[in-house]
Write a protein that binds this ligand. Structure first.
Ligand code: FE2
Length: 402
């Protein structure tokens, strides 16, 4: 009797569909710099203070924490949507590939596409105390060799695009739209070659009954009118029409450095905040048994970081923004206290906007006298603020596509 019961259970288990749940972890814009190119260099810290809040000087700590996070989450794959390196240095790519090999050795496949900083960069550099010196960069062939373990077979005409068959149920169309035929180009371009490759991939996936999530470095949709031209890929309408036609629900992008989701009629474009800035975000994409697709953004777990790291990183990002704004107001004729409160407002506002948590109608912003001062101020930040105030809101950390 007992044996019969076990047999029934076994038959029931066989009759149930196999678990269709697939989980993918995504990060973007690591802007990793090999330690040999900056270690103990005051010159590099000066350069970083003038940059955008990236915490490159802590690259080893961040990569160790990311590795621990990936192993703890144990996704079916890790995907990185470009700007792997600081500025395309060969040494950075080689050292990063070592980190990624460590993740693959633990049984988690890694897939990458390059961003606009990775190939034929005009400024691969290293730093010593006197400032920067030229470092060796990479061309497409060298990139391909270094990341061979994390790229699939490449189709001519579609750069380094490849299809990652993460599971029977979920494929990732890693769509490399970065334009690096010349040196120093930053734009993205979806060409006829990309369209032919992507359509073929989508058709094969449909035949195999697999869901496709696309991944690009540049944006598929307009996230902010403030800097539309430099972030949105050329040919985005063609790609969006194609993905909508094949029912692609989600595109993972980077490049913008801002956490921001655009959910339109067709494919939602989820721009992930750059990993190199506080709060060091990653996303988890889950295809569930019920067919729903979720995108959930988290920050690196503090348990994987040294004590006080989060606060230090936030202060760094805040300080870089505040210093820049104070500098820009130096000649404005405003008194020192006003300049400081406007810079404080701008830096806090920027942090919230970048991390996808800004609620522009929150009284913390609307009732701060610095907001009014900014609106009446001339200059780039005043325009940026007015525009972002008008655009910001909505949910940018979580998306569920039924
Ligand atoms: Fe980029």
């Amino acid at each position: 009797m007992r044996r019969l019961g076990l047999l029934v259970l076994l038959l029931l288990a066989l009759a149930l569909p196999s678990s269709a749940q697939t989980r993918v972890m995504a990060v973007t814009d690591l802007h990793y710099l090999a330690p040999e190119l900056y270690r103990d260099s005051e010159g590099f810290l000066r350069a970083l203070r003038a940059a955008d809040g990236r915490l490159t000087q802590w690259g080893e700590t961040l990569m160790a924490a990311l590795t621990a996070q990936v192993l703890a989450a144990a996704p079916d794959a890790l995907v990185i949507t470009g700007d792997l390196s600081f500025n395309g240095e060969r040494a950075s790519h080689e050292a990063l590939a070592e980190w990624l090999r460590g993740i693959e050795a633990a049984g988690i496949p890694v897939w990458v596409i390059p961003g606009n900083h990775d190939i034929n960069s005009p400024s691969p550099r290293g730093w010593d105390d006197d400032g920067w010196y030229p470092a060796e960069g990479v061309d497409e062939a060298a990139f391909r060799r270094i990341y061979a373990d994390f790229l699939g077979p490449v189709t001519p005409g579609a750069n380094l695009s490849c299809c990652a068959e993460v599971s029977d149920e979920l494929w990732l169309a890693m769509t490399d739209v970065s334009y690096y035929a010349g040196t120093g180009q930053t734009f993205g371009l979806f060409t006829a070659g990309h369209a032919a490759w992507l359509e073929d991939t989508l058709r094969r996936a449909a035949e195999a009954g697999a869901e496709v999530v696309t991944a690009t470095h540049h944006s598929l949709e307009e996230h902010t009118a403030f800097s539309r031209d430099s972030y949105l890929m050329y040919g985005h309408e063609t790609m969006a029409a194609l993905t909508a036609r094949y029912g692609v629900r989600l595109n993972l992008s980077g490049h913008l450095h801002i956490q921001h989701i655009v959910r339109g009629e067709g494919t939602a474009d989820a721009a992930l905040e750059a990993f190199c800035v506080w709060p060091h975000r990653y996303a988890l994409v889950t295809l569930s048994d019920d067919g729903s697709l979720t995108y959930e953004v988290r920050a690196l777990d503090e348990a994987f970081l040294p004590a006080g790291f989060g606060e230090m990183s936030r202060d760094w990002f805040y300080g870089v923004s505040a210093d820049k704004v104070e500098e820009s107001l130096a000649e404005s004729g405003l008194d020192e206290a006003d300049v400081r409160s406007m810079a404080d407002f701008a830096a806090r506002f920027n942090l919230a906007y970048f991390s996808g948590t800004l609620r522009a109608d929150d009284p913390v912003w609307t009732e701060d006298p610095a907001a009014a001062a900014w609106r009446s101020a001339e200059g780039v930040f005043g325009r940026y603020l007015s525009l972002v105030m008008g655009e910001a809101g909505g949910e940018h950390l979580y998306l569920r596509l039924p």
